[in-house]
Design a binder for this molecule. Structure first.
Ligand code: HEC
Ligand code: HEC
Length: 199
């Protein structure tokens, strides 16, 4: 008797759990622990600590979760291409992306890199004159769907700004395209040095 009633209780819990999950199948909260397990294949390039293993591989540590998720969606949909990321994003579900994004977003930010002081000062000046920080944050730390630039690899930033300027990387709403259009190669180099120097 006792066994039967406890089995019933378990079944009832299981029923309500499955009901809850089915009602919320698209809205399960992001799970950073599950994200770490799902991110094992990413570690070879982006590191377990979210620091890219080579200059052309972006740091993901402390990137806003929404920014990571949106970029993964764009890779999966082939709107953005590069670094074999289209193929790597292909098998990921929306929930996988949210979980992986939660994992990387909660890691400590990449360390600041020193560089040419004059270049860094020029980059800071351009960044404020062009209002880069109005979207990317006062310290270029990123927010919501907008990428963190602080502590990012300068080589990676240079490549992305040139791709966005030329239109070979299409941005989601066109705002970043117009921000990049007026920048010279020199401006881009200076901004990248400035961003890398921030923590
Ligand atoms: C073989 C190396 C490699 C692996 C493995 C890899 N990536 Fe990448 N990833 C790259 C490179 C290179 C880029 C830059 C692509 C470009 O040039 O646009 C990138 C870009 C990204 C970006 C865009 C970052 C930004 O700031 O816009 C995200 C997000 C990302 N990867 C997540 C992942 C996730 C999640 C995984 C695991 C499922 C993964 N990557 C596995 C090499 C890799
Ligand atoms: C109106 C808001 C806005 C302004 C202003 C803006 N950005 Fe962006 N930026 C974005 C958004 C949104 C993205 C993501 C674009 C996408 O991939 O869809 C982005 C992406 C980027 C990226 C790619 C980051 C990565 O990790 O791949 C770089 C680099 C960048 N911005 C630099 C700049 C610089 C430098 C300036 C100033 C000259 C600037 N942005 C001004 C909104 C803005």
């Amino acid at each position: 008797m006792k066994l039967i009633s406890s089995t019933k209780a378990i079944l009832r819990v299981a029923f309500f759990t499955s009901l809850f999950l089915s009602c919320n199948s698209n809205a399960a909260p992001p799970d950073a622990v599950a994200g770490k397990a799902k991110a094992q294949t990413c570690f070879t390039c982006h590191g377990e600590n979210g620091i890219g293993i080579a200059p052309e591989i972006p740091n993901l540590a402390a990137q806003p979760a929404l920014s990571i998720t949106y970029q993964l969606i764009q890779f999966r949909g082939q709107q953005r291409k590069g670094g074999a990321m289209e193929a790597l994003a292909m098998p990921l579900s929306d929930q996988d992306m949210r979980d992986i994004a939660a994992y990387y977003a909660f890691l400590p930010p990449p360390p600041a890199k020193s560089g040419n002081a004059e270049k860094i000062a020029k980059g800071q000046q351009i960044s404020s004159a062009q209002y880069c920080n109005s979207c990317h944050g006062a310290q270029l730390q990123g927010q919501k769907h907008i990428a963190r630039l602080a502590g990012q690899s300068s080589e990676y930033i240079v490549t992305q700004l040139k791709n966005i300027r030329s239109g070979s990387r299409v941005d989601m709403d066109g705002t970043m395209g117009s921000a990049a259009r007026g920048l010279s190669d020199e401006d881009i180099e200076a901004i990248a040095a400035y961003a890398a120097s921030l923590n």
